[in-house]
Design a protein around this ligand. Structure first.
Ligand code: WQD
Length: 354
């Protein structure tokens, strides 16, 4: 297998072996960037590396390590001549953050600070940060633009909001040249090859992998958490975005940083489609993708859930020239194809979930 000889800059993807990260790596390589993965493989399977080689045609350089190890990050930045960092490494379960907040502050805030310190020490000045729509204050009417009030309601969201502020202060102090924080809405789906996707070995917290595993026979039914929300069919409405569209949003952010390298600022940008789908609609669409009715039962609301969370994606279009292109049905089809590949390869459920 070939080593990458990029025509463009070198990018370090922390957490690049995870669910989002692996898709970002594929799109960066396709766009001509060199990519290095730094990952501790706490939430990703080494198997994803051979799958990335099959998809990209290249052996992606990989450094096994934890972003909290500042010297390891700095050494990696220097060894590969990194120009830009995409910081994806971190923990991402809302529920887990409530039961174990210190682990989340340590991993997400502590890890982020270590990455920023390593960048400052090595003079790497451009950062894309994996933030989240969970930074927004719950209960807003309509779609959320980047000026919507910030007010996370759980430790996971607070770690993301805190790191955004830390990045702003670091840019202001010239410790970073410029940064873009990408506020993800609800990632779903998988690469069309069926080789990479999200299929947690533990019981999934998120809806899409749970529906897919139920369709694959791993759970008896999907539990719909409440149908008494103020929404058209009473179930929760979210802005699901295909993980490949999300990955392409990262490439657009990197290209924006490269093209405007002299401007010192920290932009917040939503990555969403602007369209909301309910839980019932997700179960119905997935049933269409797999060709049979996925069983479900309506149960009590999940504590902390909100009724509606949908993006206003206007800034991404205006500033980055990016819009989501892949449909809700495509997310279902690609997620199902990925699960079929996992079953066909009889792999231990590929842990690629970041
Ligand atoms: C979606 C909808 C549930 C599971 C998560 C995390 C975080 C963030 C966005 C990046 C809700 C309902 C779910 C189930 C259900 N990503 N549901 N049965 O809670 O919107 O946010 O994704 O930062 O990862 O905050 O996503 O997939 O858990 O829930 O009825 O078994 O599906 O009530 O309405 P959520 P989710």
């Amino acid at each position: 297998m070939k080593m990458i000889v990029p025509e463009r800059q070198w990018v370090l993807a922390t957490g690049g072996a995870g669910y989002i990260g692996s898709h970002v790596v594929v799109e960066l390589v396709a766009a001509g960037f060199g990519v290095v993965i730094l990952d501790n493989f706490e939430n990703a399977s080494p198997d994803v590396l051979t799958r990335l080689a099959r998809i990209t045609g290249f052996d992606i350089p990989v450094v096994r390590g934890d972003v909290r190890d500042k010297s390891k990050v700095a050494e990696t930045l220097m060894r590969y001549g990194i120009d830009i960092v995409i910081h994806l490494a971190g923990k991402k379960s809302v529920g887990e953050s409530v039961s174990g907040p210190l682990d989340y502050y340590n991993a997400n805030v502590g890890g982020g600070i270590a990455v920023l310190e390593a960048m400052r020490e090595t003079g790497v000045g451009k950062l894309v940060f994996s933030s989240s729509a969970t930074v927004y204050k719950a209960g807003g009417a309509g779609t959320l633009d980047e000026n919507a009030p910030v007010g996370p309601s759980n430790p996971y969201g607070r770690t993301k909001a805190m790191l955004e502020e830390i990045i702003t202060d670091t840019v202001a102090s010239r410790g970073l040249t410029r940064a873009i924080s990408l506020r993800y809405f609800n990632p779903a789906g998988a690469h069309h090859s069926g080789l990479i996707g999200e299929n947690p070995t533990a019981k999934p917290n998120n809806l899409f992998p749970f529906i897919a595993q139920t369709a694959a026979g791993l759970h008896p039914k999907v539990l719909i958490f409440g149908d008494d929300y103020p929404t058209p069919d009473g179930t929760g409405v979210r802005d699901y975005i295909h993980v490949v569209d999300l990955a392409r949003g990262h490439v657009a952010a990197v290209e924006h940083l490269v093209a405007n390298a002299a401007t010192a600022d920290h932009l917040r940008v939503n990555l969403g489609t602007g369209a909301g789908y309910s839980v019932r609609a997700a179960v119905a669409a997935f049933s269409g993708a797999c060709g049979f009715d996925v069983p479900f039962e309506v149960v009590a609301r999940r504590p902390g859930d909100i009724a509606i969370c949908v993006a206003d994606p206007g800034r991404a279009k205006q500033l980055l020239g990016w819009t989501a292109k892949l449909s809700f049905e495509q997310m279902c089809a690609d997620q199902w194809a990925f699960h079929r590949t996992c079953e066909d390869h009889n792999t231990d459920r590929l842990v690629v979930s970041g």
